[in-house]
Design a protein around this ligand. Structure first.
Ligand code: GNR
Ligand code: NI
Length: 172
């Protein structure tokens, strides 16, 4: 089932999400719906708060442009920074309106610990675009958007554009 995507400045995007206590049928259904919603958007990742569910799980498929689909579900993911600080190129977010894009500081590599949907523990190192996407998604679980990581000036300019856009939208 396709889910509605929550957009900035919805307060649900600022919440710190709660861990998944148990992988239930409800969690499996949410994972399937989030995966369907991510591909339909289309996006390379989607975190549960983006569909209004404040739990620590995300789906991602950072290689989807290269053809074959390889969706992953990560439950209670934890990241350890590795490598050096890099700048992700033209990051975007399904929850950030007006197709806003910006370069964001990220770690070049991360150690990812999580649980897969079947309960299997995951412990691996990601780099390149998958590392950027997983950092973007785990940020969502902590109530952080990529626009929280851009300069004050860029953020102020963006916020004024959003305010104008919201005014027009609600005026009609
Ligand atoms: O679809 C998405 N593309 C993207 C591009 C660069 C860095 C991160 C991303 S994630 C984004 C989908 C999304 O909003 N996930 O939360
Ligand atoms: Ni996002």
């Amino acid at each position: 089932m396709l889910l509605d995507i929550v957009t900035y400045p919805d307060p649900r995007l600022k919440e710190r999400c709660a861990p998944v206590a148990e992988i239930t049928d409800e969690i499996r259904e949410l994972a399937a719906d989030m995966t369907e919603t991510m591909y339909a958007a289309p996006g390379v990742g989607l975190a549960a708060p983006q569909v209004g569910r404040l739990v620590r799980m995300l789906v991602m498929d950072p290689g989807v442009q290269e053809g074959e689909r390889a969706p992953r579900v990560l439950i209670n993911p934890e990241l350890e920074p590795m490598g050096e600080v890099i700048t992700s190129e033209q990051e975007g977010c399904l929850s950030v309106p007006l197709s806003y894009r910006a370069d964001v500081p990220r770690w070049s590599k991360v150690r990812l610990k999580a649980t897969a949907l079947d309960g299997t523990p995951i412990d691996e190192v990601l780099e390149g675009f998958p590392a950027v996407v997983v950092q973007h998604e785990v940020d969502h679980l902590d109530g952080t958007l990529f626009i929280d990581r851009v300069s004050r000036l860029r953020r102020t300019l963006y916020d004024s554009k959003v305010r104008k856009w919201l005014k027009r939208k609600t005026a009609g």
